[in-house]
Design a protein around this ligand. Sequence first.
Ligand code: PAF
Length: 282
Amino acid sequence: MILFRKKSDLAIRRGDLKKNNFKIGLVPTMGALHAGHLSLVKRSIKENDYTIVSIFINPTQFNDKKDLISYPKNLTKDCQYLDSVSRDIIVFAPEISEIYDKNLSVKKFNFQGLDKFMEGKYRRGHFNGVATVVSHLLDIIKPNNAYFGEKDYQQLRIIQQLVIDNNISANIIGCDTIREEDGLALSSRNSKITEPYRKFACKIFEAINYARINFNSMNFDDIYNYVNNFFDNIDDIELEYFTIAESEFLIPVNKKTIDKKYRAFIAVKLQGVRLIDNIALN
Ligand code: PAF
C-alpha cells in the first residue's frame, strides 16, 4: 500500500501508470473501512491493473455538523486494512485544502430531478457536496472504472448521471450491498450503535424486505401502511422516510406500471444515528 496526501504527487504516479496504459480503478470512500468497502476494493483489483482508494471525509456533504464531527475516522487502521488486502493498493487521503478553497465552495449541479426525493429532500445540499468531491476525484485520478455501493443507490444514480452530463469517461459501477447476517447493511455509521440498540438495527432490513417479499401480492399503499405501523410500534427507531420509487428516475410512486423496476428506500434514526438502506423490489 502506498499513501499519497498531495494531489500533485498522486498525479505524477497517475501519469506513470497512464503512460504504461494500465487500467485504473477508483474506490472513493470516507474511511472507517469495513467489509462493504472491501468488496468494492476486491472487485476493482479484479477488474483493473491498479486500484486507488480515496479516503476523504468530505465536509460539504454533511448537512448536520454534529454528524461530521462524530464521523468515525482512523486513517492508520484503514491503511493497515488495505495493506492486508494488497500491497499494490494506492491510497489517496488528501487534506481538505487539497480539494477545496478556503470557503469550501460547492458547485451547484443539475441532477435531472434525481435529487428531488429521499436523501435529496431530507439532506439539503448533500448531493451537491458529494458530486463536487467525486468530480474532483474523477478529474485528478481519471480512472477507467469507479466503484460505488448500491447501499447509497440514489448517490450511485446521481454519479452515473454526473458522468453522462459532464462527458467524464469513467465507467461508474454499482456493487451489491453487503449485509450482516441479520440483514443490516454494512455502514461506517453502524459502529456508533451500541449494544442495547444494536438489536433494533435489523428492523430496517426487515421492513424493506417485507416490501420486496410482498411486492407482487400487495398494493403499494398497503405496504406503506404496514411499514409505517411497524415503526410506530418500535419506540427506539424513528422512521424518517420509507419510499417506493421507480429505479431509474427515482420518482416515488404508489402504484406499479408494467415493465418498470422499483426499489424501496428507507432512512431511520436509531440512537441518534441516521441509517439508510434500500432494496430492489422486482
Ligand atoms: O459514499 C461515500 O462514502 C461518499 O459519499 C463518497 C462517494 C466517498 C463521496 O464523499
